[in-house]
Design a protein around this ligand. Structure first.
Ligand SMILES: Cc1cc2nc3c(=O)[nH]c(=O)nc-3n(C[C@H](O)[C@H](O)[C@H](O)COP(=O)(O)OP(=O)(O)OC[C@H]3O[C@@H](n4cnc5c(N)ncnc54)[C@H](O)[C@@H]3O)c2cc1C
Length: 458
């Protein structure tokens, strides 16, 4: 009878091969661990949703100089790009180039890992927790034993607005990054984008690239649109963490923005944002999410200047408008073959109704963090076993400061971790590369005990 391998010889299983899972794998391998990286969408291996796009018009929204994969080597990405000089390192390069960087890094690290690392195509659909190991089920049948599972699943997809549920699939799309493009585009002269953030901007860029020359209405609760980065990077000094909370903190930031460029005032907060979030209780965090989040998002997550200019030009030409309101209904018109929909919304702050007839609706509302809506088999399985629970704000999974997933009773689990945007409830600022690279760096050190060796956390 074959003997069961000891826990130490089993790999860490990283579920999800996007930026978070790939970079965690690379860091773990660099620390001598055994790792299996599991990705269900082979074309997204190493790149995930954000950097898997093949479209050259999709640019990074962070300057190349800030996109290194490693917090201890901030020049790594620009060296890989082979550029120097302030103009070149401050550019916003296409996201697919960043995807190539990640793929290169993964390949190189796997090659140097003496067989300790493996990538596996497949979907992790269930997990069985035993005393000394976890057994993952892949694609509903194959089993993989590991010592720890790290969930790097990315965001959960947006749920369809109930008002859109009766529309035929030719009219209504939930994925603004459609690889296959949109059918019957030449018959469309009005598009509704539901949402007005960076995702909606990606939707506009893809449609423009596909030759669409009609009008767009971007509908969102407040009608806000993302701001642009300055042409050259704001020079941000490191400032002390602000002491104030809640509305006093807001006043301080406003006052600071009147003294320095607003981008500087926002960027100065960046190193402190996670701690500011953690210092607020759930009620304070909920107030931020309810009242300030949309304003924070448009100032914090900015467009590359050239894309900001393209969007402004579309507005000037009268082809793109941002409207504030609430979607009321969307009714199919003219039959499915040359179909369109009559969309009705309630403009913000009124009881009026406004409407537009559109040939295409693209949902750009951003992820739905509520676990209970997730159709993902692995999450459904973990929920059923009471191994996961939603964080207080339903932004994703409830995790500890070190990334241990909390079970239904709030207990930390030492064989189940999570990284990336699904841990937003704990860290808030954990969606962009500069924050995730630090999170996975820390977790790799934690899982390989490097943090003890070098005296951290003592
Ligand atoms: C369109 C877009 C553009 C962005 N641009 C930038 C930018 O310019 N700069 C920046 O700093 N940040 C950017 N971000 C933010 C940031 O980089 C992302 O949040 C980050 O890449 C998230 O990576 P992830 O690996 O956590 O998630 P994802 O990229 O979503 O990867 C998760 C992966 O897990 C896989 N998966 C899920 N469940 C399973 C399962 N059960 N089994 C196997 N595989 C599974 C999925 O197929 C997916 O490939 C962008 C985000 C988006 C969405």
């Amino acid at each position: 009878m074959p003997s069961t391998p000891s826990r130490e010889t089993l790999p860490v299983a990283v579920v999800g091969g996007g930026f978070s899972g790939t970079l965690l794998t690379i860091n773990l391998l660099r620390h001598g661990a055994r790792v299996v990286l599991i990705e269900r969408a082979v074309t997204q291996m190493a790149t995930g949703l954000a950097f898997g796009t093949a479209r050259p018009e999709h640019l990074l929204n962070v300057r190349a100089a800030n996109m290194s994969a490693f917090p201890d080597d901030l020049g790594h990405f620009v060296r890989w790009l082979g550029v120097s000089g302030s103009d070149a390192v401050n550019r916003f390069v296409p996201r697919r180039i960043y995807g190539e960087y990640l793929r290169d890094l993964l390949d190189e690290t796997l090659a140097a890992a003496d067989g300790r690392g493996a990538v596996k195509a497949g979907e992790a659909t269930a997990a069985r927790f035993e005393d000394e190991r976890v057994v993952l089920t892949l694609d509903g049948s194959e089993e993989l034993a590991c010592r720890t599972v790290v969930l790097a699943l990315g965001n959960f997809p947006p749920s369809l607005h109930p008002a859109l549920s009766d529309l035929p699939p030719e009219i209504c799309f939930t994925n603004p990054w459609q690889a296959a493009g949109y059918p019957r585009l030449d018959a469309v002269n009005e598009v509704l984008l539901l949402g007005s953030g960076l995702t909606a901007i990606d939707g506009v860029l893809s449609l423009e690239r596909a030759g669409y020359r009609g009008r767009y209405t971007a509908l969102s609760r407040r009608g806000l649109k993302p701001r642009s980065h300055a042409l050259s990077g704001p020079s941000v000094e490191r400032v002390a963490a602000p002491e104030a909370r809640g509305s006093q903190l807001l006043q301080q930031v406003r006052a600071r923005a009147s003294q320095v460029e607003w981008r500087v005032a926002v960027d100065e907060l960046r190193p402190h944002t996670q701690n500011i979030w953690r210092r607020h209780d759930h009620a304070g965090q909920a107030r931020f999410l309810r009242h300030l989040r949309p304003y924070w998002d448009v100032h914090r997550h900015r467009l590359a200047p050239e894309i900001g200019e393209q969007i402004a030009a579309l507005e000037r030409e009268g082809r793109l408008r941002f409207v504030a309101g609430k979607l009321v209904s969307a009714t199919p018109e003219n039959g499915p073959e040359n179909g369109s929909a009559r969309v009705i919304w309630r403009p913000r702050g009124t009881d009026d109704r406004d409407s537009v007839q559109v040939g295409l609706i693209v949902t750009c509302t951003g992820p739905d963090g509520d676990l209970t809506h997730a159709s993902d088999p692995l999450i459904r399985d973990l929920l059923q076993q009471r191994r996961v629970r939603a964080d207080a704000h339903r932004l994703g999974l409830d995790v500890s400061h070190t990334g241990n997933v909390l079970d239904a009773w709030g207990e930390r689990q030492d064989d189940l971790f999570a990284v990336g945007p699904i841990t937003k409830g704990e860290a808030w600022e954990i969606v962009a590369v500069p924050d995730i690279r630090r999170q996975v760096w820390d977790l790799a050190r934690y899982l390989t005990n490097a943090h003890w060796v070098e005296g951290e956390g003592l």
